[in-house]
Design a protein. Structure first.
Length: 272
């Protein structure tokens, strides 16, 4: 529950004005949280000038006081940071410190979610990477064989992927290290799952930015995501039951140095 310390409350009504579900009112000249329609977003905690609001639903030690020096980011620097990021598929033979992996997860944990559902979960794969890689290659090879055996005009566009998966599987079996075109010998993978797709997508985007801020490299693997879909062995390995895989981040220390940003198409904008 969310509660108001009546001794600290000065009845400024800021929490009342900012509550997105109108769950707070003045009662005996003090703020009172009904906890009826509350979605536990924490706006009341963040806005209270006297720190009168608290909750026993979450750890209050998680709350950090705002100061401009530690919380502000220059807009131009942020935009350049986003422009400079690249999908990295060349990694050093170096493990990632657990502290850095936890910081990446933290960036996803605190990302906003629809109705504050906080339904995003994370699976970090380090020890069982070889098993995940083997199962992914096998699953994609089977999908490729099935596609080629059942081609129709509607599935013709999948033919190139089917041939790619079958050929990649063959090369991988010949030399799993040299010919790893799924994980590229990266030391870690983070699987992001959620009940709501937008929540997982938002979290994974922030996690990628944190990855770059930690001088690590990453790329989103659609192939792992596709291989895991409806694949009992992969889902059991990842201990995923009810939630949907939204993104797969392959991570490692980059073995490549980029010198500049790259061009993009002009923004498709409609002003109304």
């Amino acid at each position: 529950m969310f509660n108001v310390n009546r001794e600290k409350c000065v009845a400024c009504t800021q929490c009342i004005k900012d509550c997105p579900v109108s769950d707070i009112l003045l009662k005996d000249s003090k703020a009172y949280i009904k906890n009826e329609s509350c979605i536990k977003c924490g706006h009341c905690i963040a806005i209270c000038p006297t720190k009168a609001v608290s909750t026993n639903d979450y750890n209050m030690d998680d709350v950090i006081e705002y100061n401009k020096e530690n919380f502000s980011v220059d807009a131009d620097n942020l935009l350049n940071f986003i422009k400079f990021r690249r999908s990295v598929r060349r990694f050093k033979n170096k493990e990632i410190e657990k502290e850095k992996l936890h910081k990446i997860i933290e960036a996803g944990r605190v990302t906003e979610t629809a109705t504050n559902s906080q339904d995003v979960s994370f699976t970090i794969v380090t020890n069982k990477l070889n098993e995940l890689r083997d199962l992914t290659y096998e699953a994609l090879n089977k999908k490729g064989e099935y596609i080629l055996a059942n081609l129709t005009p509607e599935t013709k566009y999948l033919e190139k992927y089917a041939k790619l998966w079958i050929n990649s599987y063959k090369l991988y079996k010949e030399d799993p290290i040299k010919n790893d075109r799924i994980l590229f010998n990266a030391p870690a993978v983070i699987i992001i799952t959620a009940n709501t797709e937008i929540n997982g997508a938002l979290a994974s985007s922030n996690m990628e930015l944190m990855t770059n801020a930690l001088n690590l490299g990453t790329f989103f693997s659609g192939f792992i995501q596709l291989a895991a879909k409806d694949n009992k062995e992969i889902l059991e390995l990842l201990k995923i039951k009810d939630k949907k895989i939204i993104a797969c981040l392959v991570l490692g220390y980059p073995d490549v140095t980029y010198k500049r940003t790259t061009p993009r198409k002009d923004a498709d904008i409609t002003w109304i």
